[in-house]
Design a protein around this ligand. Structure first.
Ligand SMILES: [Zn+2]
Length: 250
C-alpha cells in the first residue's frame, strides 16, 4: 500500500552511506518509521534534505505487519532551519520529540491535535520563544491529548476545589487534598497555579506566564515523574540532560 502524508521528522539515524531511517509523526498515520534509501545522494527523489524537525510530504510504501515502511519520496514543506541554528531551540525541540516518542507508540491512532501541537511547539521555538515555558506547556498538552491529563486544581480523588495544603500524587492523577492524601507529597501552590493557567491559555501566551528562577526546571521534573508513573517506564530523555547542561552553562 502506498500513501502520501504530511509528517514531521523526529529522529534520523544513518543506516548506510546514502540511506537514513526516519522516525516520523504523520498526520494520517501517527508515529511511523521509514527507510529512506538514497536520500543522502545529491540527485535523488528527495527534494531538499530530510533534516531533523523538518516537515514534509512523505510518500510511504507500507507492508502489513511491518513497522518499518519505505520512504519512496519526500518533498519538504518547512525546513525549520531556525531550530537547527539555535542550540537552545534545537535542544528543546529534541526534548519535546523524545517525550512525544515515549508517549506515542507504533499503532496508536493518529491524532490531528498532536500533529498541530508539534507544529505549534516547533514554530514557537523557531521564532525564539523561551524554551522552558514552551516545553512545560507543550508537554502538559501532549499528556492531556494522549489520555494522561493532569488534575491541577480540584482534588483528583474527591473533587474538592483548591485543596490546601495541596499534595501531589501522580498515580491518583495529580493534586489531592490532605484528606485523600495517602502517599501524597507536598507540592508548590505556585507550580500548580502555573499549570492551571497554562492549561487554559494558548501556548503562545504561556511564555508570558512567569515562574520564579528554577521554577520551570521543577515543573519539568514534575511532568517527568508524572509521565513515568503513567507510562510505567523510565523516560530516556538524553536530550533533556543535554539541554539542562546547556542551561546551567549559560
Ligand atoms: Zn480529596
Amino acid at each position: 500500500m502506498r500513501l502520501t502524508t504530511p509528517a514531521f521528522v523526529l529522529r534520523r539515524v544513518r543506516w548506510s552511506e546514502s540511506s537514513l531511517i526516519l522516525t516520523l509523526y504523520s498526520l494520517d498515520l501517527g508515529r511511523a518509521s521509514g527507510m529512506a534509501r538514497g536520500c543522502l545522494r545529491p540527485k535523488g527523489s528527495f527534494l531538499g534534505k530530510v533534516e531533523l524537525f523538518s516537515e514534509g510530504e512523505f510518500c510511504l510504501s507500507r507492508r502489513e505487519g511491518r513497522e518499518l515502511d519505505t520512504v519512496i519520496e519526500a518533498s519538504i514543506l518547512a525546513h525549520r532551519e531556525g531550530l537547527r541554528e539555535d542550540p537552545r531551540a534545537f535542544a528543546a525541540a529534541a526534548v519535546f520529540s523524545e517525550w512525544l516518542l515515549s508517549v506515542v507508540s507504533y499503532g496508536n491512532e493518529p491524532s490531528e491535535p498532536v500533529y498541530h501541537l508539534l507544529d505549534n511547539v516547533f514554530s514557537l521555538l523557531e521564532d525564539g520563544a523561551a524554551p522552558m515555558p514552551v516545553l512545560c506547556g507543550g508537554i502538559q498538552r501532549l499528556l492531556a491529548l494522549s489520555g494522561h491529563g493532569m488534575q491541577v486544581e480540584a482534588c483528583a480523588l474527591c473533587g474538592k476545589p483548591d485543596p490546601s495544603p495541596p499534595r501531589w500524587n501522580p498515580s491518583a492523577g495529580g493534586v489531592v487534598c490532605p484528606g485523600c492524601a495517602p502517599g501524597g507529597e507536598p507540592v508548590s501552590p505556585g507550580l500548580l497555579g502555573f499549570l492551571a493557567k497554562s492549561a487554559g491559555t494558548p501556548l503562545e501566551k504561556v511564555v508570558k506566564v512567569r515562574l520564579w528562577p528554577g521554577g520551570y526546571r521543577q515543573c519539568l521534573d514534575l511532568l517527568r515523574e508524572y509521565t513515568e508513573t503513567h507510562l510505567e517506564k523510565r523516560l530516556p530523555l538524553k536530550a533533556l540532560r543535554i539541554m539542562e547542561d546547556m542551561l546551567d552553562a549559560t
